[in-house]
Every structure is written in C-alpha cells, then in structure tokens.
Design a protein around this ligand. Structure first.
Ligand SMILES: [Zn+2]
Length: 358
C-alpha cells in the first residue's frame, strides 16, 4: 500500500523545520537508505539475494509497497547483512545525524540492536565503536547531541539478553551506551520475560536509563507491566495507553513520555491514517509525547515528515507545537544545561514565527 502524502503550507513547514526537535525513537539499522546499502554491499563484496531489488530506484519502489510485515522484515535483514566494518556503522549513523540536523533535530537518542549483528559474527566492539565515533563527530560537525540506547530483541531468549548486557558492561560504565530498550515483535513476548535483564543492568549501573517498546501491538497492560516490572521511565509507542483512563492519568502525573511514530504506525497498519492516532487525546489529557521516525528508510519519512503529517491531520497551534517541543526536551536524557540551551532556542523560533503563523 503506497503512503498518503501529507503536506502543510510553506510558513508552517518552515516553522516545523526550524522548531528545535528531539528524536527518541529511531533505530539506526532502520536508517539504511538503498544508495548506502548498495555502496556497502559493493565495498564489502556481498552478493545480495536474487529476490532483492537490483537498483536504487527499484529498491525505493519496493520500500514504498511492502506486502506485509514479513516482507518488510525480509528486506530489513538483507539490509543489515551489508553492515560489516566499523566504517559501515560509522557511515550509517553519520548519514542519519546529517539528515536529522537538516530537519532541525538537535538531540537524538538512538537505538541499535547488537544481537542482530552478533548473530552474523560481527563483534560488539566494531558496532559500538563505529556508532560512538559518529556521535562524537556529529557533535563537532553539526552541533547536535546524541545518545546510544542498546535494545534487546524480544524474540530471543532473555538468557541471550543477559549475555549482551554483560558484554556491554564497560560501555555502560563509560557512559558510551546510555540506556536500554526492548524491541522486535511485541505481542508474543511480554515485558515480564525480560525482568531479569533490566534488573541486572540497573543493579550493575544504577545511572542507566530504561525504556521499552510497549502498547503498539500489545494492549495497554503491556505499558503498565513495562512500567511496573521493567521499571522503565519512558515508553516507546504506547498508543494503546488511550484505552485506560487510569494509565493515562498515571502517564500525566508522572510525566512519562511516549515516543510516538506516526508514519511507522500507518506503514505497519497499526492505524489506517495518522489522523486515527490519539495524538489529540494525549495532548488534551497532558500525556507527554515526542514525535519520531522509527525506521525512516523503510517507513516513508524522517522526523520532519512525521511533524508535517501530524500537523496536516491535527492542525495544532504554535503554542501547542511549542509545548510538544518542550515536552520532548524535558523527556530527554541529556543534562540540564543542554536542556536549557534547547529551551532557549525553542523560545527564539516561536517568537520569530508568532506573527507569521497564528
Ligand atoms: Zn521502534
């Protein structure tokens, strides 16, 4: 199913672009665009399967029109197979950081899936050193700040998760990896399965930040159980929270941020259109959320595209957008000094556009 185009007027588009944004739900492996994929396949001498598109144009067309979730995953795993060297991981992350800066995203907290690489015989150090070097260079080159969040694949056993957490110990110690997340198919693998992984990491590294995908496929109890069992302080997706008044109240009272991914939800058929998401309800009930791109190379848009899609359907005022931007900053895991810098920039942009927009 081809994606609907979402467009807004030129003034609004430049406001949304300039508005300082933070991204909290972005899988680095999901930013692999077809041109980089073919470039890496060539330089690493990798023969792609015969069923895979052979040109960038064919590949882009395919990504616009996945038959189903399995079709997407099949292409996603072929994409991962071209990532071999430290330079590949560096190039992948740097390409995303450049694009994020272009979209006005000044702080990103990005996921990566070490198990998907370890299974292919790629060493943990190769993955992390490439990604970490890109974080450092992006700060110098683009002035953006970035943090790495390691995710566990929930379709693998928690014993595998424990091993990965142990391998990552020195990176958590040095602050190179900042948080832990939980991704991949949600419904058959409830949060309780990973309670031991989360508890072990928190015990060894009390400063670590915790999050988990919940309430996208799973119902609202997956959100509650992630908060109660895994002790997370943020929820990735969480759209099904809308079905519980008491949960909505809890999210509001504790200011637990949901990292929403509107275009991804449409592409994976969580909802038929961005307008069907409960974004206005979250806004009205004071549930903080940020707007994110998830796997942008595959799901039809980066962070600005997601902001534009939301505006097209919900038509928020400048004041409401300011609140969304501030909520994203407040819910970030950067230090207070950086948050202050970002808040001041929001003030500057909103003052500039106040007379133009409202
Ligand atoms: Zn995700």
């Amino acid at each position: 199913m081809a994606l609907t185009k979402y467009e807004c007027n030129a003034h609004m588009h430049s406001f949304l672009k300039e508005l300082p944004k933070c991204e909290h739900h972005l899988h680095l492996e999901g930013t692999l665009e077809p041109d980089l994929l073919f470039k890496m396949a060539t330089r690493n001498n990798i023969q792609l399967p015969s069923s895979f598109p052979t040109t960038v144009a064919q590949c882009k067309a395919k990504y616009e029109d996945f038959a189903d979730l399995q079709d997407f995953l099949d292409h996603y795993y072929v994409g991962m197979s071209v990532l071999i060297t430290e330079e590949d991981f560096y190039d992948l992350a740097m390409t995303y950081f450049a694009k994020a800066k272009e979209d006005g995203c000044l702080h990103s907290e990005v996921f990566f899936d070490p198990q998907g690489h370890l299974q292919r015989g790629i060493e943990f150090d190769v993955v992390v050193s490439g990604f970490n070097r890109a974080c450092e260079d992006a700060k110098i080159k683009f002035g953006t700040t970035n943090k790495l969040i390691m995710c566990l694949l929930r379709h693998l056993p928690s014993s595998d998760g424990i091993q990965v957490i142990e391998s990552a110990g020195k990176y958590y110690q040095d602050g190179i990896i900042h948080g832990l997340g939980l991704d991949s198919s949600e419904k058959p693998f409830p949060p309780e399965l990973f309670e031991n992984c989360y508890a072990l990491l928190k015990e060894n590294h009390p400063h670590v930040e915790l999050t988990a995908h919940a309430g996208e496929e799973g119902d609202h109890t997956f959100v509650e159980r992630s908060l109660d069992t895994l002790k997370v302080t943020r929820i990735d997706h969480g759209v099904n929270s809308k079905h519980s008044e008491s949960l909505m109240k809890r999210l509001n009272e504790k200011q637990i941020m949901l990292s929403l991914c509107p275009l991804s939800n449409v592409k994976l058929q969580v909802v038929p259109d961005v307008g069907h998401l409960p974004i206005d309800v979250f806004m009205e009930k004071g549930v903080p959320f940020s707007i994110n791109s998830d796997d942008p190379a595959y799901f039809g848009g980066y962070i600005l595209d997601n902001y534009v899609a939301v505006h097209t359907r919900f038509g928020f005022s400048l004041e409401q957008w300011k609140q969304i931007s501030l909520n994203g900053i407040n819910g970030s895991w950067c230090d207070e000094g950086r948050k202050q810098e970002l808040r001041s920039l929001v003030e500057v942009v909103c003052t500039k556009y106040a007379r133009i927009i409202d």
